[in-house]
Design a protein around this ligand. Sequence first.
Ligand SMILES: CC(C)(COP(=O)(O)OP(=O)(O)OC[C@H]1O[C@@H](n2cnc3c(N)ncnc32)[C@H](O)[C@@H]1OP(=O)(O)O)[C@@H](O)C(=O)NCCC(=O)NCCS
Length: 241
Amino acid sequence: MGRKSTKGKEKKKKRKEENAKYEASLAKVEAANKIPDPLDLVPPFKKFERNGLNVRLECKKVTNMEKELVDWAFQLTKANMQTLYEESDWGWKDKDKYSEMTEEKAQYLVAVDVVTSKPVAFTHFRFDMELDEEVVYCYEIQLEEDCRRKGLGKFLMQILELLAYKTEMTKVMLTTFKNNKVSQDFFKKTMKYEVDEISPEDPLFDDAYHYEILSKAIKPKPKPSAAESVTAANHQLVTAS
Ligand SMILES: CC(C)(COP(=O)(O)OP(=O)(O)OC[C@H]1O[C@@H](n2cnc3c(N)ncnc32)[C@H](O)[C@@H]1OP(=O)(O)O)[C@@H](O)C(=O)NCCC(=O)NCCS
């Protein structure tokens, strides 16, 4: 009996701790979603001028985007991805993709050509909860063909990773088709993403999954040790006096 009640107390305590952790994670996601322009967290990343490209970066919530820009992002995604979707068992439906791309939480990082003022690349991302973790989920990264292989894709992903770091998200996640060789090479070899623990494992006696979930852990800022905090406090006292 005694043991049972101790166990019960422990369980309750654990549940309380888990709830508190979940609430703290959710609060981080909510705070991140309230940032008016996340690019203000990383000012040097507002332009990219390399390999013949000269673009500025803009970050917008989908709710503040002009329809023309949303339609361009949709058409580019369709041009790049429709065949891959159709080769998988997901299939492609304009209406479903368009509504996913315009859900309220969607945010867009858009690269705009400085000379022509035309958008040339984007990533659709969200600050969100994935199970019980606070993450940046990259829903889409799409470049116009003539802007590829110039480092812009890497630059966009680096921005997402930095935003995740600044907003204290635990990782950047994304879903990719296994038969998208370019994307597989780009994410796994160049960007060092790994198959996430929640990616479904292929069944032994059935068709393999056509997609996988990749992620990259974002290391939190190390908390200063007690000794470092005391030194910093002493330093402040000395400089203030
Ligand atoms: C995948 C994509 C975003 C990559 O963007 P990008 O700007 O072309 O990539 P980068 O120039 O930053 O490439 C960085 C590195 O990734 C690898 N890589 C990129 N494209 C590659 C390709 N076509 N083949 C092989 N490796 C490739 C290379 O190692 C490259 O470095 P290198 O050019 O010095 O060899 C872009 O090709 C794209 O928009 N593709 C169509 C849409 C798509 O498939 N999106 C991903 C959906 S999950």
